[in-house]
Design a protein around this ligand. Structure first.
Ligand code: UT7
Length: 333
């Protein structure tokens, strides 16, 4: 019997309206458009403004339109996985809140935290429920309101991150396409280089931790850069080799958008030309769990059934990985 594969059968994404430009950042911290463009490739990022709005509000916009686009009733969704590092609350899971707001009343739901690799971890996790025949309709969300944990007085991090999200529908593959292979990796010793110091059980938030800014992102940029460049490239090459894919067989590389230099180094190691790489970091910055679905959404019209995609990410944890998938439907154009 042929293996059931899980395929992405629809995608939608959402980025909030407010555009925070490099120019505006120059009035907030000691930085310049030249530095940010040269070191990161980012020109602007989106910020969710408004009292009482969180990650679930970003996700609901993407999921509602995804369901409409795919003519799917929210009642038919079996499972919702939300990959995020900026949940609405520590608990309950943001996935539960999304399910409630969208009316996915028959789904069970949970969050998954693998920092910037979260979307591919969640995609692979969701695919297993479909491949095993347990469930037929799984929503995988990658969503982050990074502005809620960014220190806008810290020039080393505030220029990088933005808010955004995307969601996909996973179903049994109609044509044998879908997720073909995945490699996921973790090295917890890397946590020293990228984390939030306070607000967890080891160091609950206090007036002192807030005064010290320990609820914000702490990142040793150079150390993370070094690991990201090596590991993202290594795992992308490994998944190509183990599936006997040559660079000309890869239609698109869909990399996590953390830094244009990391993306270019990964593409170079894979022997992939720039026009085979989805890049939109210049407009959104690093939206953490949102980057890969934001790319897939913006390129959806160009994608063709049978296209070979390599999704690749590196993030805090450390976490990293790559997914090889054969796209399952033709775009609109
Ligand atoms: O997605 C999750 C995983 N995260 C990543 O993959 C991020 C990986 N790291 C990076 O992308 C880069 O390390 C950064 C973009 C964060 C920083 O770029 P860099 O080329 O590694 O810069 P650096 O940290 O080595 O800093 C170089 C200089 C320093 O000044 P001095 O010490 O040489 O005088 C910084 O203080 O640039 C300075 N600097 C800035 N200057 C202007 C740091 N941030 C800024 C800024 N504007 N925004």
């Amino acid at each position: 019997m042929e293996k059931i594969r899980a395929a992405i059968t629809g995608i939608h994404a959402y980025a909030p309206d407010y555009v925070l430009t490099n120019e505006e950042l120059t009035h907030m911290v000691d930085t310049s458009d030249e530095w940010i463009m040269a070191r990161t490739g980012i020109r602007e990022r989106r910020i969710l403004k408004g009292e009482g709005l969180g990650t679930s509000d970003l996700a609901v916009k993407a999921v509602n339109t995804l369901l409409e686009k795919t003519s799917t009733s929210p009642r038919d969704i079996d499972l919702v996985i939300c990959a995020t590092v900026t949940p609405d609350m520590v608990y309950p899971a943001t996935a539960n809140i999304i399910s409630d707001k969208v009316g996915m009343v028959n789904a069970f739901s949970f969050d998954l935290n693998a920092a910037c690799s979260g979307f591919i971890y969640a995609l692979v996790t969701g695919s297993k429920y479909v491949e095993s025949g347990t469930y037929r309709k799984v929503i995988v969300v990658g969503a982050d309101k990074m502005s809620s944990i960014v220190d806008y007085a810290d020039r080393a991090t505030c220029v990088i991150f933005g808010d955004g999200c995307g969601a996909v529908l996973l179903e049994p593959s109609p044509n044998g396409y879908g997720i073909m292979d995945a490699i996921l990796r973790t090295d917890g010793s890397g946590r020293i280089h990228l984390h939030q110091k306070a607000g967890g059980s080891v160091k609950p938030s206090t007036h002192e931790t807030i005064d010290a800014g320990e609820h914000f992102i702490y990142q040793e940029g150079q150390a993370v850069f070094k690991f990201a460049v090596t590991n993202m490239a290594d795992v992308s090459v490994e998944i190509m080799e183990r599936n006997h894919l040559k660079s000309e067989d890869v239609t698109w590389l869909v990399p996590h958008q953390a830094n244009l230099r990391i993306i270019e180094a990964t593409a170079k190691r894979m022997g992939i030309k720039k026009d085979q790489v989805m890049i939109n970091i210049q407009r959104y910055g690093n939206t953490t769990n949102g980057t890969i679905p934001l790319c897939l959404w913006e390129w959806e019209d160009k994608l063709k059934k049978g296209d070979n995609l390599i999704l690749s990410a590196f993030g805090g944890g450390f976490t990293w990985g790559a997914v090889y998938l054969k796209w399952a439907y033709n775009g609109l154009s």
